[in-house]
Write a new protein. Structure first.
Lengths: 90, 882
């Protein structure tokens, strides 16, 4: 399954609710992702919360866009990536 | 099979039982495929399941024959009697397969107690049974029924028809694959029990294969054979000579035999008894069967060729003497086994015809091929007819070279011995096969000869067929006047002589030609005429005729950018063909729908259609090419990754077809991709590859786009003056008119692209907005850059920004619309404010209402206020200024 980085911009900053509401929201997101074979790995958020870099495993870009629409999230740039870490050649 | 070995099957049995319960109680049916190697115990599992876990439900049991050309719908014939005499006669008659399928489905839907249909050994299935499988599996979810199939999963290679069917059904929720694993060491130990055998060694040698293990144990375990056949043959070796003969007869007869037949052929009744006692044969309800197909295969394999032929001949004689005639496919099988030429000729062609009628084309081809080597004895005319039947079945199964060869031989024979009418028909068939394989000029010469012949003779029905073929070849050559001339003559002649099939085909050809030539009113008239003709003669035309007409018309319209009309035709084609599982038309129509959605700006749907098609194992070449163009363009326009792999695959396939219709769109998409990547040289080369052919065939759309793309790449290529249309206008610098033309054609991306070539800020603003709305990020970015270069103010930076992660799941645009709704604006005003169409705003408002769970705008606004979604001006992410 290929890996993608999705860049997203949030004017006014990304606001994540906390507590029960947040649990429900994330559960819904995971469910909708799973329906399309998309796994949200994790995201990097800038300090001012205006931009995120989200890492996904997904079959293709179209699936990412589909779940983004279902979850009410914008999509900026989608880039296909492969993982490289310091211990890769160890 | 002892109880112990079935203990390791408890998990599987429970799973099967769960599906059965869901089906019988909740009416939620399932199609289950049980795979495993030969001898793993699939049949034993199924038998245990149907015996003890399906309380009250009726079980219909059928098995596929291990013959090279099995009985078409053989398994259905096995259980047909249980569904009533009428159904049994229907299946026996070998006609009307759609009716057979539908009756079976009706029965499943109506059943109260629940039904289990068992189909065993699908790896040996004929084509008609595979089609039935697809038909039922797709529709069983709403029945109180379970379809339970077994197959040897290690015997179906990548190209095996069953693998393709399994692939097609894979996505469905109620279709499941299960696997019967080998026995564990523990199970083998339990089976060995007190016997003086090394269980670990046995387990290793047999790899835990249940049948192999039990065979070795039944033989007393004196020595450990290395192959399962040896284990079986060791048992056979202990039989007396007469018993072995009886066993061999049974092996030749097949897996399930009539007890009477075996007894008849056996040297004595005791011989059969001995087989039963040995356990190699099992008896139940007057039928005999081998304990396992592997046993039958082992016995068959150990017979000498001479002995096998002898037994086949004996079986054949016995079957012929039966009062109730045996299936002609079975008789053909034994005749072939016996090497009996005259009987092969008696049975194989009839078996082939029956298979053909039932849509089991592979089997039909095998049967005809079986008869051909002996066909000289039939006389030249009958032999030629057989050759044509073989050729047809070969074409339908993709064996184009065999088809060509058979048509060629048929023509040769008929030239000597046939009438002029038969010769011309053979000529056009052979020409068609030649054309399929790329031998165009030879094909044309033949057709020209045929045309001359029929024109000189008095008119008969064959004239229309010849004229139609001529028109078709002219169309493929893009010779519009020629195609029209001969198409019209074919229609006139066909109507006069009552050859309505030729008329319908000619109508379709005319529709294709006229649509490409953009003479749409005439095209529509012929399309209507064709639909009326096929509707009023249901005996001659089945539902696929309407589907084909719609697909041809729809794809033709798409090629000339008439997408609104194309969508309607293609949707209907999709809908109709999904009802009859007419897959190849369905997928081709879907591919063109994907392209249509792309051009009219419904990009999410375009992506959906294209990815679904390219993910299928079975799509035809042309379907994959068009879906590839749609997906490739979509990814390029969005700036998404993996556009080039899709476009590379599409090119490879388009080059194989070697036709402008496929090459031009692929080259154009690739040129566009190259331009987006900033590689002007590549862009010019791609477009130049298809441009000369487009010019030669005077295709104004292909010529226009390719020329336009070359100009964008900086090439000074000439635009022929017969090229009109928005691409040509763009080449000539008339951006405004071009944009308006694109707008009328409802192509937002092309409209925006034309506007973006202007130097006027309002045009660029509109282009930017259109690109943004579509999600054409790279193009939007470039337009924004250009606007800044021209000194514009208030140009948005970067891609669309969303407001905070919206608790109601509204997109940024929807949030904006909601805010304006709260301010009391009407759709028209919102449309004007955003520079989009009122219809677009209508969609957005519906989406907002849906997400807020409101049925009116007032409700929506109230709900939004309650949830704190209405933002003040300072909170809205207003555009930053440069």
């Amino acid at each position: 399954m290929p890996r993608y980085v999705v860049e997203r911009g949030f004017d006014g900053g990304l606001h994540i609710p906390i507590g029960k509401e947040s649990q429900e929201m994330f559960a819904k997101i995971r469910e909708r992702n799973a329906e399309q074979g998309v796994t949200w790995v994790h995201s990097y958020v800038t300090d001012d919360k205006s931009k995120t870099f989200c890492v996904y495993d997904a079959p293709n870009a179209e699936a990412i866009r589909k779940v983004a629409a279902a979850n009410g999230l914008p999509v900026g740039q989608i880039t296909m990536v492969t993982v490289l870490d310091p211990y890769f050649y160890a | 099979m002892t109880r112990v070995s079935l203990l390791e099957r408890e998990a599987l049995l429970s799973e099967l039982e769960r599906y059965a319960q869901a089906a019988f109680r909740a009416g939620s049916g399932a199609a289950l495929f049980v795979g495993g190697e030969a001898g793993a115990g699939k049949s034993a599992l199924v038998r245990e399941f149907t015996a003890s876990r399906v309380a009250g439900a009726d079980v219909l049991y059928g098995a596929c024959d291990a013959m090279s050309a099995p009985r078409p719908l053989g398994p259905v014939a096995d259980f047909a009697g249980m569904l009533g005499e009428e159904f049994r006669s229907l299946v026996r008659s070998g006609e009307q397969r759609q009716q057979i399928f539908e009756r079976l489905l009706d029965d499943l839907r109506a059943s109260r107690n629940g039904r289990v249909i068992v189909l065993e050994d699908l790896h040996w299935s004929d084509d008609a049974t595979l089609d039935l499988l697809r038909f039922v599996a797709r529709r069983i979810a709403a029945c109180r029924a379970v379809l339970l199939c077994t197959y040897r999963d290690d015997e179906i290679g990548a190209l095996h028809p069953l693998r393709r069917v399994l692939g097609e059904l894979a996505g469905l929720q109620h279709v499941r694959r299960l696997s019967v694993p080998p026995l564990s060491l523990g199970a083998v130990e339990r089976l060995v029990g007190d016997l003086p055998l090394n269980a670990a060694e046995l387990h290793r040698r047999t790899s835990g294969n249940a049948f192999f293990v039990t065979e070795v144990l039944a033989a007393g375990g004196a020595a450990l054979p290395s192959k399962v056949e040896d284990a079986v043959l060791a048992r056979v070796a202990r039989l007396s000579e007469p018993a072995r003969e009886a066993l061999e007869s049974a092996a030749v007869i097949g897996l399930n035999q009539d007890l009477g037949l075996v007894e008849e052929l056996a040297p004595s009744g005791e011989a059969v008894e001995e087989c039963l006692l040995s356990g190699l044969l099992i008896g139940h309800d007057g039928a005999l069967s081998f304990r396992h197909a592997l046993a039958q295969e082992a016995v068959l394999g150990a017979m000498s060729a001479l002995r096998r032929r002898h037994v086949h001949a004996a079986v054949l004689r016995a079957l012929e003497a039966k009062a109730l005639p045996e299936s002609v496919a079975v008789l053909s099988h034994h005749a072939a086994g016996a090497g009996d030429a005259s009987r092969i000729l008696r049975y194989a062609p009839a078996a082939g015809r029956m298979a053909f009628r039932l849509g089991a084309y592979r089997e039909a081809r095998t049967q005809f091929a079986r008869a051909l080597p002996h066909a000289a004895a039939l006389g030249p005319k009958a032999r030629a007819e057989l050759l044509v039947e073989h050729a047809r079945a070969s074409t339908l199964t993709g064996h184009d070279h065999d088809a060509m060869e058979s048509h060629r031989l048929a023509l040769e024979i008929l030239r000597e011995e046939g009438e002029a009418t038969e010769v011309v028909l053979a000529q056009v068939r052979y020409a068609g096969a030649l054309y399929n394989l790329g031998h165009k000029s030879e094909g044309e010469r033949l057709v020209a000869e045929a045309v001359e012949t029929v024109t000189a003779r008095p008119e008969g029905p064959e004239r229309a067929a010849v004229y139609y073929t001529h028109a078709e070849l002219r169309m493929l050559d893009r010779d519009t006047p020629g195609a029209l001339h001969w198409g019209r003559k074919a229609v006139a002649s066909g109507l006069r002589t009552g050859n309505l099939r030729a008329v319908a085909s000619a109508y379709n050809t005319l529709v294709g030609v006229l649509t490409t030539a953009e003479r749409l009113p005439e095209a529509r008239r012929y399309h209507q005429a064709c639909l009326e003709l096929v509707a009023s003669h249901p005996a001659l035309f089945d539902p696929t005729a309407r589907v084909n007409a719609k697909v041809m018309f729809g794809s033709g319209l798409g090629e000339v950018y008439r997408f609104a009309e194309a969508e309607a035709a293609l949707n209907e084609a999709c809908e109709l063909s999904s009802r009859t599982d007419n897959d190849s038309s369905h997928y081709y129509a879907l591919a063109w729908l994907g392209l249509t959605y792309l051009y009219v700006g419904r990009w999410a749907e375009a992506g959906e259609a294209a990815t679904r098609l390219l993910g299928r194992p079975n799509s035809s070449l042309i379907t994959r090419i068009m879906a590839g163009v749609a997906l490739g363009r979509l990814r390029v326009r969005r700036g998404d990754p993996e556009a080039w792999p899709v476009l590379d695959a599409a090119l490879e396939e388009a080059l194989r077809t070697d036709t402008l219709q496929r090459l031009a769109p692929v080259r154009a998409a690739r040129a566009e991709a190259a331009l987006a990547a900033g590689d002007a040289e590549l862009a010019a080369a791609e477009a130049a590859a298809a441009l000369p052919l487009a010019v030669q065939q005077r295709h104004r759309w292909f010529t226009g786009e390719l020329t336009y793309l070359m100009r964008c790449a900086g090439s000074e290529v000439e635009l022929p003056d017969w090229v009109t249309g928005p691409f040509a206008q763009q080449v000539r610098g008339q951006h405004d008119s071009a944009a308006r033309a694109w707008r009328r054609l409802r192509c937002p991306f092309e409209e925006a692209r034309a506007l973006s070539e202007s130097a006027e800020i309002p045009h660029l603003e509109r282009a930017h907005r259109l690109f943004q709305e579509l999600g054409a990020t790279p193009a939007a970015f470039r337009v924004a850059q250009r606007m800044r270069q021209l000194g514009a103010r208030g140009v948005p930076r970067g891609p669309r920004q969303a407001t905070r992660a919206n608790p109601a799941g509204l997109t940024a645009r929807e949030q904006e619309v909601l805010t304006l709704l709260a301010q009391g604006l009407r759709n028209a005003q919102i449309a004007a404010r955003h520079g989009v169409s009122e219809r677009t705003v209508g969609h957005q408002v519906s989406a907002v209402l849906g997400k807020l769970g409101a049925s009116t705008r007032t409700e929506a606004v109230a709900e939004a206020q309650r949830r704190g979604l209405i933002l003040g001006a300072d909170q809205r992410g207003e555009r930053s200024l440069t």
